[in-house]
Write a protein that binds this ligand. Structure first.
Ligand SMILES: Nc1ncnc2c1ncn2[C@@H]1O[C@H](COP(=O)(O)OP(=O)(O)O)[C@@H](O)[C@H]1O
Ligand SMILES: [Mg+2]
Length: 384
């Protein structure tokens, strides 16, 4: 076991559960996040924050039920008060699921960084992978350099970059997929993200660039199945649990992709997408391949705790990484808990296992190639 068992073995702990206080981005941030000229979608922070408070309360119940002492610490736009609070409350470890600070997702890594500065054990992944998860252009380069298959593609800052070298000049065929590199939550993703030709691509990049800061990724459109691989509860000795997104109820005029509306707008046409266990839907070879690729991707980016990797199959049957999520929702009804339940962890076990991994020793990330040496699986350049 890579994560040490210090916290599990050494008796009751005083744990600070740190999460987002309800924070709504200001008008300028909303403007930046909106992507539709006529009707910018609102970022989901308000609802999501309310749910995060509920998760914090549930986690407190689990920790106290196991004999720990837990303090709820909502954070808003600054972490300045935390060091004194940790001293005052004699905190031994932080249960961190801060997703944004001051309503800004890009400040998500600050909490882990503060814990490292204070030498305070904390749950979840470190600031490095948190930052990379919101810098998809950089993450894909790292993954490629580790031999992990990603969607082929390139980054542009605006539409004029396409004039210097478009998809064909870079060896890509249409259709292509366009997405912002510095956001998540499917912000900037709708049916027009799939571009059939150069004119549509140019229009899409120009549209995104009017509303948010680049870079934007232009990737091969992966036409195959979409798989989410949950990593329960760490990538070293943990279990990979794949689920498939079933788009079968999607309207014919919307491509089978997880749009913003699909994630956040109840009762829209895309809300029929469902997550289904992948075990009976993939061949054993494909199942093993998605697990291997997901684990290798998570390790290559420095993941040390629970997370989720999103992949899609290309036309030749190779699973390619499209997204890495190092700070997943821990609600008992969310995907991580459902995945954990399918491999025998009750929600309480998941929470306590995550706490047990919260030792500083776990942050010393081994070189990924020592853990996940690339090898060939069928068409797939995968990894152990
Ligand atoms: N290269 C691609 N080909 C096909 N669909 C894609 C591609 N990249 C992303 N998507 C679709 O867009 C959705 C959101 O993209 P993703 O990279 O996972 O961003 P987010 O961080 O917003 O979840 C994915 O779930 C998938 O349906
Ligand atoms: Mg995703």
């Amino acid at each position: 076991m890579h994560t040490d068992t210090l916290l599990r073995d050494a008796g009751p702990k005083r744990v600070a559960i740190v999460f987002n206080a309800t924070a709504t981005p200001d008008a300028a941030a909303r403007e930046e996040l909106g992507v539709d000229d006529a009707e910018p979608p609102q970022p989901p922070s308000h609802e999501a924050d309310a749910e995060v408070a509920e998760v914090a309360e549930i986690i407190r119940g689990v920790l106290e039920g196991a004999g720990h002492r837990a303090v709820l610490v909502p954070v808003d736009d600054t972490l300045d008060a935390l060091p004194a609070l940790f001293v005052r409350e004699r905190i031994d470890a932080v249960f961190n699921f801060v997703e944004a600070i001051g309503g800004e997702a890009r400040r998500e890594p600050e909490m882990g960084r503060l814990c490292e500065t204070l030498r305070m054990p904390y749950t979840g992944n470190g600031p490095g992978i948190m930052r990379l998860a919101l810098a998809k252009d950089m993450a894909r380069r790292l993954l490629e350099s580790h031999g992990v298959p990603v969607a082929r593609g390139f980054a542009v800052l605006d539409a004029t970059d396409l004039d210097r070298a478009g998809p064909e000049a870079r060896g890509l065929c249409f259709p292509v997929f366009v997405k912002p590199a510095r956001t998540d939550a499917s912000i900037g993703i709708d049916r027009h993200s799939v571009c059939a030709d150069a004119a549509a691509l140019r229009a899409r990049v120009a549209h995104l660039a009017r509303h948010m800061t680049g870079p934007f990724l232009v990737e091969e459109y992966l036409p195959g199945r979409e798989i989410n691989v949950a990593i329960v509860a760490d990538p070293f000795t943990g279990v990979c649990v794949p689920t498939e997104i079933d788009f079968s109820g999607y309207p014919a005029d919307i491509p089978p992709i997880v749009t913003y509306d699909c994630k956040w707008v109840p009762d829209c046409p895309e809300s029929v997408a469902r997550s289904l266990p992948a075990r009976d839907r993939l061949t054993p070879e494909a199942y093993a391949a998605v697990c291997q690729v997901a684990r290798a991707a998570f390790l290559a980016l420095g993941g040390t705790s629970y997370g989720r990797v999103d992949l899609r199959f290309d036309a030749a049957g190779t699973p390619r990484v499209i997204d890495v999520n190092p700070n997943c929702d821990l609600h008992p009804e969310a995907g991580m808990a459902i995945a954990a339940a399918s491999v025998g962890y009750r929600h309480e076990d998941l929470v306590l296992t995550i706490l047990a991994g919260a030792a500083l020793k776990a942050r010393h990330v081994p070189a990924p190639h020592l853990v996940a040496r690339p090898r060939v699986v069928g068409h797939v350049a995968a990894a152990h």
